[in-house]
Design a protein around this ligand. Structure first.
Ligand code: PNS
Length: 177
């Protein structure tokens, strides 16, 4: 019997999601192949200076998934394993894009296991086409006028435009000047 057979299985997919990318959406889709519900949990981290406020990130995710009740969104602070236990999730999903992600993720997964052995971390690989996509690069590329429409859902592109305005160089090439 798969875990999905256990009615109401819930996995927490934690992150900063500043903003979500198509790579995150790909991981959520894969998660839904195994679990009944995936809850995207945004860390409230006062030490970070995000582009989008926590409220904006929640709204973006809600809009991206407004047609799919299997995807939930929430915020948390404190230890991730405590949050997962509190909401009744026994699995944490993390995406691994490349070997370079692995060391940090492995360390976190083992620390989380030490903190709460009842909660298992499941690593998922996004499609290769997203292996180089990160929230940080999306913001940088957009700001410098590069196209991000294949890398983020439409709501994120819209919000980026609202935040930065239409970047001066957007869509421009040498020839179009
Ligand atoms: O998208 P990110 O920034 O890589 O996500 C990192 C996140 C939120 C998963 C991680 O920082 C986290 O779980 N923070 C909560 C605090 C915690 O539990 N720390 C101990 C983990 S080993």
């Amino acid at each position: 019997m798969t875990n999905k057979g256990r009615k109401g299985s819930l996995a927490v997919f934690p992150g900063s999601f500043d903003p979500i990318t198509n790579g995150h959406l790909d991981i959520v889709d894969r998660g839904l192949g195994i679990f009944d519900r995936v809850r995207m949990a945004i860390l409230m981290n006062p030490e970070k200076q995000p582009l989008f406020s926590v409220e904006e990130r929640v709204a973006i995710i809600r809009e991206a998934y407004r047609a799919d009740p299997r995807v939930e969104v929430d915020t948390f602070s404190g230890l991730l394993v405590d949050y997962a236990e509190r909401v009744g999730a026994s699995v944490i999903i993390r995406g691994i894009r490349a070997i370079s992600d692995f060391e940090y993720e492995f360390q976190m997964a083992l620390m989380n296991r030490r903190l709460n052995p009842q909660i298992e971390t499941v690593f998922m690989m996004p499609a290769e086409s997203y292996s180089y996509v990160s929230s940080r690069l999306v913001k940088e590329v957009f700001q410098l006028g590069g196209r991000v429409s294949d890398l983020v859902p439409p709501v994120v592109e819209k919000r980026l435009r609202e935040k930065y305005g239409t970047p001066l160089a957007a869509g421009r090439t040498r020839r179009s000047r």
